[in-house]
Every structure is written in structure tokens, then in C-alpha cells.
Ligand binder design. Structure first.
Ligand SMILES: Nc1ncnc2c1ncn2[C@@H]1O[C@H](COP(=O)(O)OP(=O)(O)OP(=O)(O)O)[C@@H](O)[C@H]1O
Length: 262
């Protein structure tokens, strides 16, 4: 890319991670174990999707990889280095895009680039590249409130990708969108991911979405939050939404459901 940002990807190693939350003085209840002994290796360029019931600790795990929450036990390393907090090697996309309302699309996308020492010209050029990548050309000077929810999520994705992170963390990024927009954005994400294959950790409640996007689906359970199964998704890449019509896709989807309902 023109700006010279090229950070590549990295693997993530989660070893024996647990997270306990203090029970805020509720009488008769001990500390709450949100996650217990979670171990997971995410390969370089792997697209890993976590599914599981509400409260099984998906967001907590993602926030720990982001460096926003500390593990109570265990370790997480990125490219072999322990996490010490948030860093430019990781970008996160949230369910709500959380854009800065007073900034244009361009300035929202370019926001994280200030820290990287790029000139205004380079930042604007990089933002324009990303705006095009997510299909928002022509909207660069719009404010977030002038965009639909789907468009705002596109901006959130562009902002996350702009800094060229090694790891992309996505916490139900399409969870608040209507079904049609959601399907559209799933297709877009497949296309965008294929371009430089960032190591990705994606959380969703949707089994279809999980199988469509993943190289591997990790299924979590509750009480305590833990991994109950892993399913390799060998569907061919580059992948499009058409794959959902295949018998192989249906079989994988049924397998994930069997684990979720067992
Ligand atoms: N800051 C916190 N303080 C206390 N408890 C917390 C905190 N964050 C999470 N928890 C608890 O940890 C458990 C896991 O929460 P988490 O949000 O990670 O689950 P989740 O699988 O992402 O849920 P959902 O699918 O509903 O978003 C829940 O029981 C939650 O109440």
C-alpha cells in the first residue's frame, strides 16, 4: 500500500487463561468465574470465530486479547510477546461503531494514524484507500449521523484496518444490523479479509455467520466460561456467500448447533 504500512500478521497464544470478577457485595455469592482455563492457539492468518451462549465470556476473552482486561490466571502472547495492554498491533471492531460524531468519515478512519507519525497527506491517502475498500467512496466528508448503521460499521472496519494491525478483533460487529445489511457485510468482510488475511478473532451469536467466515469455529459454554469444542471449517477460499447453499456448509452448521445444544 502507498503509505508503507505493512505490519503483517501474528499468531496468538492463549494459555490457561481464567478471569474472575468480584461479586460487588452481593450477599451469599462468591466471586464470579467468567472464564476458566481457556487455552487456544490462533495461527497467523487464521480466521477464528467464537460462538457461545450469552455470558460464556466471549467478550471478556476478546477484551483480554485486546489488552483492555487483564487475565486473572494464565498468559496471552502475540507473536511470542506477552500482552501488556492495548497496542497498535491489534484493532477492535465493536457492535456499535463508536465513531467520533464530530469527525467526518475520512477523519474517523484516519484517526488512529496520527499516532503512527504519518503526515496529513499520507493519512488522507490511506483513509481514501480504506474508504474505497469498504465501499464508501463518495461519503468521505459525511458525518457519522448522516450514515446508516451498516455504513457506520463499514467506517468502523475501515478505521480498524487503517492502522494495518497484525490482529483484527471483532466483537459481534454485525450483531445490531438488519438481516439484509448483515449478509451484505459478511460478503464484504470475506472479500476484505482475503486481500491480506489478517489473523482474526471474531465473536458472534450467529452459527451461520460463524461457519461462513471461519477457518475454525470455537464453541464456548457457560458456568464457568470455557471451550467445549473446536470445529475446523474446510470450506474452500476464496469464499463467497454462495457457499451457504452447499451440503458441506449445512453439515458444519448442524455440527455447531449440536454442540451448542448438548
Ligand atoms: N466488568 C465486569 N464486572 C463483573 N462481571 C463481569 C464484567 N464483565 C463481564 N462480567 C461477567 O462475566 C461473564 C461473561 O461476560 P461476557 O460479556 O464476556 O460474556 P459474553 O459471552 O460476551 O456475553 P454476550 O454474548 O451476552 O455478550 C458474565 O457473567 C458477565 O456478567
Amino acid at each position: 500500500m502507498g503509505t508503507g504500512l505493512r505490519h503483517g500478521t501474528a499468531h496468538v497464544e492463549i494459555s490457561g487463561v481464567g478471569r474472575t470478577f468480584a461479586s460487588r457485595g452481593r450477599r451469599g455469592q462468591g466471586d464470579h468465574v467468567a472464564l476458566a482455563d481457556v487455552s487456544l492457539s490462533i495461527r497467523r492468518s487464521e480466521f477464528l470465530v467464537i460462538v457461545g451462549p450469552s455470558g460464556c465470556g466471549k467478550t471478556t476473552l476478546l477484551r483480554m486479547v485486546a489488552g483492555l482486561t487483564k487475565a486473572t490466571t494464565g498468559t496471552i502472547t502475540i507473536g511470542g510477546r506477552p500482552i501488556e495492554g492495548p497496542g497498535p498491533d491489534r484493532s477492535m471492531v465493536f457492535q456499535q461503531a463508536a465513531l467520533l460524531p464530530w469527525l467526518s468519515v475520512t477523519d474517523n478512519v484516519a484517526f488512529g494514524l496520527r499516532m503512527q507519525g504519518l503526515s496529513v497527506k499520507e493519512r488522507t491517502a490511506r483513509a481514501a484507500e480504506l474508504i474505497e475498500l469498504v465501499g464508501l467512496q463518495g461519503f468521505d466528508q459525511h458525518l457519522p449521523r448522516e450514515l446508516s448503521g451498516g455504513m457506520q460499521q463499514r467506517v468502523g472496519l475501515a478505521r480498524a484496518l487503517a492502522v494495518d494491525p497484525k490482529i483484527l478483533l471483532m466483537d459481534e460487529p454485525f450483531g445490531a444490523l438488519d438481516e439484509i445489511t448483515r449478509r451484505q457485510l459478511q460478503g464484504e468482510l470475506l472479500r476484505i479479509w482475503a486481500a491480506d488475511q489478517k489473523t482474526s478473532l471474531f465473536v458472534t451469536h450467529s452459527v451461520e455467520e460463524a461457519v461462513l467466515l471461519a477457518d475454525r469455529v470455537v464453541i464456548m459454554g457457560t458456568n464457568p466460561g470455557r471451550i467445549v469444542a473446536e470445529i475446523a471449517v474446510g470450506l474452500p477460499r476464496p469464499r463467497t456467500k454462495d457457499v451457504t447453499q452447499t451440503a458441506e456448509f449445512q453439515e458444519l452448521r448442524n455440527e455447531v448447533w449440536r454442540w451448542l445444544e448438548s
